[in-house]
Design a protein around this ligand. Structure first.
Ligand code: DGJ
Length: 716
């Protein structure tokens, strides 16, 4: 079946049989209404083209009184009602104590790439609209739900999930997911799915360092480039939950949305609750194929500006060089050095405002510290702009120190339970962004900063999670809205800010990679994956990151050594590691010698040549840092004209050679010029065909510990 024909109708609907078939480049997804009016999942896998092949949902019979038919029926969006003991998609509590919810099909609306299906409880006007959007060219389906209380009484939503996804019947499924902690984020795990529920989640008010809202499932036979992979990513920067469940009947299902922990969202008559979006896809080309599909989708459909957004500039950030000890003279000196190296965006980090000499004071007071910056920010920004660099500024708007004017004036603005201890972490408290006045205050502060200064970029930090999530000014029932409304207001502030300042770009940072998900990614240009900038540790952090997110948004800096784990790797290794994302420098340039500066100039020059390929190309993970002592990643430009392979050796033993690198994604018939940094290519020929590069492979000479190179492959 030609791809064009598949795309002709991304959504097919059979009104007689009430069956839908959603089709993308890589996958199809089918659902239908059963005889009892329940909406049931029918298919998720490789593309299908004929809706007539999809049978209506079959009638099932109870296996036993303990195994009712509802447990076998794969309800597309199950309300908690009847004999259903799975993870429900929706659970509510009525004012009168009635808590069961049986959702039945009401109506549907189909557009070329979008579908809406309305469901309603069998008795009450508790309505659910399921939203589907198909991205045919990207192989992605988006799902979310709107819950409406159409009754005359308040109700509470106890659980609201974006979607339940069902894997085809089968055995031996494996789950891949990302876990970690501060400074060790996005570590890859792969494990068998057993009966029961595996929960990936955040209970911390932000996306979190401990799990990232992404999953991939395969039949136990998938590798980097082979095998079927079902994958998904949730777009929510607050408490989220993905439950991967295998039922006693061998059905694997994934339910995701708002975390049910401490969740209770009151809905007054007529009010609605919108769930986050859950994106999913299917790849026949292994985990590599899955991540390439996600990368392209995120770059083109999620990131602000999409495909037309500019390439990320080379950035300098002052944090590791100066920490809080910033002042105009010091920052100007760093800016001059950074400009000489080829930096394009100079970002001043923490320490420029209020009484911020350390992390004990100042958060909340966003006036420029006059002792450090007697002319305000203008002097520094003019100097930076004069050096032909854009200026970026660090902010942490959601936080407050007790030692601040803001806290002294508004102690009631922080998240807390009255009369209970309030944990300070990094000496700071979290402002209750769910409050309308706090939201307005934060918007006004940032709007003023962006209006009065020529700021191109905010690095938006959040250095602690939420604890003691109280909102004493609200009713007891209303307090728990905090988990959702905080994030909605965060999104609103960013959206309004961007609308008022179209040139403004934002980096999402939360003490490293604590806020990376598709919700925030639709609002920011870059994210900070980890406070751990040690290059060897970074290889693994970046590998995990690349499972779900593209290189273009991944801020990566070359920094000083010894780094946080005490390791010292050569500057070349550090640069090449950072060049696999949006390159930045976070070193103290005052300490760099001539040799360091020359190397930096050379590497930044090289980066600018390969930047479109790295930032917008396809990534092939050739050798994993988890596999051996060599890591290799290849990027192939969208137009196929350029490729670059980054190769790293950790510790060599027994004088073994680096394994042959079999390149991917090239044109077999084309001839390429091949050249390695520092002439580390072992091949004698400098011109090789795509066929040879992919099937004969190339060899590089990396002799010692922490040796690294990059191989440039240019189509002739
Ligand atoms: C945590 C961030 O991840 C760092 O890069 C730096 O901005 C500090 N906060 C500043 O306090």
């Amino acid at each position: 079946m030609a791809a064009a024909a598949l795309f002709a109708q991304a959504i097919q609907y059979s009104p007689e049989r009430k069956v839908w078939l959603l089709t993308t480049r890589d996958s199809s997804y089918a659902l239908g209404v059963a005889a009892d009016g329940a909406l049931r999942h029918l298919y998720w896998g490789p593309p299908l083209w004929r809706i007539d092949d999809i049978a209506e949902p079959p009638a099932r019979r109870d296996i036993s009184s303990f195994d009712p038919r509802q447990m076998l029926e794969n309800e597309e969006y199950p309300g908690w009602g009847g004999p259903l003991y799975l993870e429900p998609a929706l659970k509510i509590a009525r004012e009168d104590g009635g808590r069961d919810l049986v959702l039945r099909f009401v109506s549907q609306r189909t557009e070329p790439n979008a579908l809406e299906i309305s469901l309603k409880d069998i008795r009450d006007p508790i309505e659910v609209t399921l939203h589907y959007r198909v991205y045919p060219e990207h192989g992605i389906v988006r799902r979310s739900a709107t819950i409406r209380n159409g009754t005359a009484h308040p109700l509470t939503v106890d659980s609201a999930q974006a979607a339940a996804w069902y894997l085809p019947p089968g055995e031996g499924y494996q789950l891949s997911y990302l876990s970690g902690r501060w400074a060790a984020e996005t570590q890859i795990n792969r494990e068998p799915i057993h009966e029961g529920v595996k929960v990936l989640e955040s209970r911390k008010g932000h996306t979190g360092h401990n799990f990232n809202p992404w999953f991939a499932i395969d039949r136990g036979d998938a590798g980097e480039e082979n095998g079927r992979v079902w994958f998904g990513a949730l777009a929510w920067s607050g408490n989220w939950r993905i439950a991967v469940e295998q039922t006693p009947y061998r059905q694997v299902r994934v339910t995701g949305g708002f975390n049910t922990f401490d969740f209770a969202y009151p809905l007054q008559p007529g009010e609605t609750l919108e769930t986050p979006a859950f994106y999913a896809g299917f790849s026949e080309r292994g985990l590599g194929g899955a991540s390439r599909a996600l990368h392209r989708f995120e770059r083109e459909q999620i990131a602000p500006g999409g495909a037309s957004s500019r390439l990320r500039p080379v950035l300098y950030n002052s944090w590791e060089a100066t920490t809080f000890a910033v002042n105009e003279a010091g920052q100007r000196a760093l800016a001059e050095k950074a400009a000489q190296l080829g930096v394009e965006l100079f970002v001043m980090d923490d320490g420029w405002f209020g009484a911020r000499d350390n992390d004990h004071a100042g958060l909340g007071d966003w006036g420029v510290n006059p002792r450090k910056f007697p002319q305000g920010l203008k002097g520094l920004i003019d100097a930076v702009n004069g050096l032909k660099m854009d200026f970026g500024l660090w902010v942490e708007p959601e936080m407050v120190n007790a030692a601040s004017d803001l806290y002294r004036t508004h102690p009631d603005w922080v998240i807390r339970f009255n009369g209970r201890p309030l944990s300070e972490l990094r000496n700071q408290m979290v402002l209750n962004l769910a409050r309308a006045d706090v939201k307005e205050y934060i918007f006004t502060v940032l709007d003023k900063l962006a209006t009065e200064n020529h700021i191109r970029y905010f690095k938006w930090d959040m250095n602690r999670a939420v604890s003691e999530p109280g909102w004493p000014e609200e009713t007891p029932a209303g307090q728990r809205k905090l988990w959702v409304d905080y994030v909605r207001n965060l999104y609103e502030i960013i959206d309004r800010l961007r609308a008022r300042h179209p040139q403004l770009e934002i980096e999402s940072c939360s003490g490293g990679g604590g806020r990376v998900d598709l919700g925030i990614l639709s609002r920011v240009e870059e994210v900070w994956p980890s406070d751990n900038t040690e290059a060897f540790d970074r290889l693994r952090i970046q590998e995990g990151f690349s499972m779900a997110y593209p290189a273009k948004i991944m801020s990566a800096w070359a920094t000083d050594v010894p780094n946080m784990n005490g390791r010292s790797v050569p500057l070349m290794f550090r640069f090449l590691t950072a060049m696999q994302g949006a390159l930045g420098i976070g070193a103290n340039l005052n300490k760099w010698n001539t040799q360091d500066n020359q190397l930096a100039q050379k590497m930044i020059g090289l980066y600018k040549i390969v930047r479109p390929t790295v930032q917008q190309g396809d990534l092939y993970r050739l050798l994993s840092p988890r596999g051996g002592d060599v890591t290799a990643n290849q990027y192939v430009a969208a137009d196929g004209r350029q490729s670059v392979v980054f190769v790293f050796r950790h510790s060599q033993q027994y004088n073994t050679s680096v394994p042959t690198l079999y390149l991917r994604g090239l044109d077999e018939r084309a001839i390429y010029r091949v050249e390695a940094v520092d002439a580390k290519l072992a091949e004698r020929q400098t011109q090789l065909s795509g066929a040879y590069l992919m099937h004969g492979g190339i060899n590089v000479n990396l002799r010692g510990d922490y040796d690294a190179t990059a191989v440039l492959v240019d189509r002739l």
